[in-house]
Write a protein that binds this ligand. Structure first.
Ligand code: SAM
Ligand code: SF4
Length: 411
């Protein structure tokens, strides 16, 4: 999952942004019965893409997969003790490049999750895959061990753009991988990055129309974000990389909505589109403020215990994380209890990304206050938010200024 679009917002959300004394009160509805997710981060890639600032690393000398697997299993034991008796609705293998993992490794992790918690019979089990031919050969193996949804990093549909993005696959390879994925999985998503260097509205419309023709049940369409510290940022700062911004970026975003909706894949989140009923359950879990355990280097977790929300995160360095797990059973380097205001702000930040919006009663139950009526009415009269059936949602124009909405509505 990637959460950048017209208004890039961090996910997982920032922690400890403000010092407050209250603790998050968790609404009754957010009980053990709520869906629980497990995110597994595999931090290795064949090559580092020049735009990417995810926790992903290249190891030319190879990766000791068996030793990492042992560490994943140990950290799962730890999380099972932190969040016992949950019902797992979703598992997500993200990266990095999880399609570099052997099917046996994926299988052992799924088995361990099923041993520790109740794995729902219809649980969504997603794996992110890069569409090189080598990785495509592994799809059948993933399906055989229980993965039931594949998310492919296609990124662009022409070779020149793929080269400019530093990708390891060709357009033909991507389409072949997509066809194979559709053969093995009922649920398939693919990612594209738009607002690339030199991309006009006409060129994006053509590419997106083409993509919609290949789409299965889900598409993630991310606007290219220049991330600090990446080679793209260095080129951008030196004036050597020009990407659409301002009016053109807005136009590309609006065009994306205009083309996807009639094609039967409306946005259910800023950058995510699905056929109704095919939304990623895992993504929804994050944006609906539900709990999840994040296993692996740099993974984040949100766990409700004793009525308060805990935000945990792990050491980013893969070998550093593994050494800690081997020494003390987990690789966590941060564990904070969110204050009531922090938890409410986080729910607001996540919920406003969704087309369905957020539950105002739930928000009020978290911090005991909810949103300020005067500010809310002002945003409503500007056509930026709507309130219906106890839910607050950003309108399409509101979604273009999401950061502003959040600043105005946050506690
Ligand atoms: C971290 S990657 C993992 C998936 C897989 N390794 C891949 O690259 O296909 C998840 C997605 O984030 C998106 N992404 C990564 N960096 C981005 C950036 N700077 N701007 C926009 N999207 C980005 C890409 O679309 C990518 O598919
Ligand atoms: S393959 Fe994916 S995770 Fe790895 S560097 Fe490229 S975009 Fe990032």
């Amino acid at each position: 999952m990637r959460n950048s679009a017209v208004t890039p917002l961090p996910v997982p959300p920032p922690q400890g942004a403000r010092e407050t004394d209250g603790q998050a009160r968790t609404p009754k509805a957010q009980s053990r019965q709520e869906p629980f997710g497990v995110y597994v981060h595999w931090p290795f890639c064949r090559a580092k893409c020049p735009y990417c600032d995810f926790n992903s690393h290249v190891r030319h000398g190879g990766v000791d997969e068996a030793r990492f697997l042992a560490a994943y299993l140990r950290e799962l034991d730890h999380f099972a003790s932190l969040a016992p008796q949950r019902s797992v609705a979703s598992i997500f293998f993200g990266g990095g490049t999880p399609s570099l993992m052997g099917a046996g490794t994926v299988s052992a992790i799924i088995d361990s999750i099923a041993n520790h918690w109740t794995l729902e019979r219809d649980a969504e089990i997603t794996l992110e895959a890069n569409p090189t031919s080598v990785e495509a050969e592994r799809f059948a193996g993933y399906r055989a061990v229980g993965v039931n949804r594949l998310s492919l990093g296609v990124q662009a549909l022409d070779d020149a753009s793929l080269k400019a993005l530093g990708r390891q696959h060709s357009a033909l390879e991507a389409l072949a991988a997509l066809a194979l994925a559709k053969r093995h999985f009922d649920r398939v998503s693919f990612d594209l990055i738009y607002a690339r260097e030199g991309q006009t509205a006409k060129a994006w419309a053509e590419e997106l129309r083409n993509a919609l023709g290949f789409a299965a049940d889900h598409l993630s369409l991310y606007q290219l974000t220049i991330e600090e510290g990446t080679p793209f940022a260095a080129r951008h700062d030196a004036g050597m990389l020009h990407i659409p911004n301002g009016d053109l970026a807005r136009a590309l975003y609006l065009l994306t909505q205009e083309l996807c909706e009639p094609a039967g894949l409306p946005a259910y989140e800023v950058s995510n589109h699905a056929r109704p009923g095919s939304e990623s359950r895992h993504n929804l879990l994050y944006w609906r403020g539900q709990d999840y355990a994040g296993i692996g280097p740099g993974a984040h977790s949100r766990i409700t215990s004793g009525g308060a929300k805990r935000a945990l995160s792990a050491i980013k360095s893969p070998e550093g994380w593994r050494a800690e797990v081997e020494a003390r059973g987990h690789g966590l380097d941060s564990d904070e209890t969110l204050s009531a205001e922090e938890a409410a702000d986080e729910y607001l930040l996540m919920g406003l990304r969704l087309s369905e919006g957020l539950d105002l009663a739930r928000l009020a139950a978290i911090d005991g206050r909810g949103v300020d009526e005067t500010r809310l009415s002002a945003l409503e009269s500007q056509g930026l938010v709507t309130r219906e059936g106890g839910r607050l949602a950003a309108t399409p124009s509101g979604r273009l200024v999401l950061n502003r909405l959040i600043l105005e509505l946050a506690a």
